[in-house]
Ligand binder design. Sequence first.
Ligand SMILES: [Fe+2]
Length: 308
Amino acid sequence: MVLSLQHLALGIPDLKVGADFYTTFGMNMREGDQDLLGFRCDNRSHDEVVLIETGQNRKFHHISFATDMAGFNRIEAGLKARGIETLSPPFPVADDGLWFRDPDGNLVNIIIRDKPRQAAEAVPEVNRPGLQSRLNKRGCPTRDLPARPRRFGHMILFTPDVARQVGFYTDIVGMQLSDTITDNYGAFLRTQGGSDHHVLGFLKSPAPGFHHASFEMGSIDEAELGAQRLFGKGYKHAWGPGRHGVGSNYFHYFRDPWNGMAEYFFDIDYITADAAWQPEDWTKKDGMFLWSADGPPPPDFGQNYELD
Ligand SMILES: [Fe+2]
């Protein structure tokens, strides 16, 4: 089974455009070979977004997960038992490990790596009714508060068959189902061993494709000051700020330059390894959002721009 999310890779028409977006979003860029850029959050030691210049319309390229030796061997045995072919790495500087395709044809990579550690940040002092913990101090941050994502938390893919993808990622990849959206419209999976509510999700569409990638922020203020900086550079708002039902996280989505989306999230549910968590089948409305400053998701929120 997989234990953590490693990176997302997209094939895009023009690396320069991708470099501008993800650095404005708050990530650090690493130049790979001439056709590839890697992006990572501060204090992370591995690329979390990989952009590959294809000269063609944006298309999901692959997803990479990390696990330990036992997990790796279990996934390899599961692939063999199902007769699923393992493939060569898709380009010379790609990571080693297992490469294979899921039932939708999405390329998946599994490598053996330790789960990245994340330093604990201090609990903010917040004044509540009858409980004032911030005394004689101003709570409002300054306008230059850095908006730096802490880590790549999850991604969502479109699929024509949500149940089939859930079956594959739970049986073969060893993920666990956290929640669903009714009528097989959506499903949200976590990794074993303690995980965010979801690190991979699926939404129904006539074809596979990339929906969004999501990154953890330190507060709502950071997310919204970051949003203002993105808007100031001409990037487009997509949806939010609001709060999801599924996963409980605060969200704000932005359009990336290729009509995919990147999300700032804060305060997502976390499920421990030994939790007796029962998946819930949410209505579309309640699962998607409890509230959002701009109302329901816009009509193109569920549009798959990888559809021909
Ligand atoms: Fe998300």
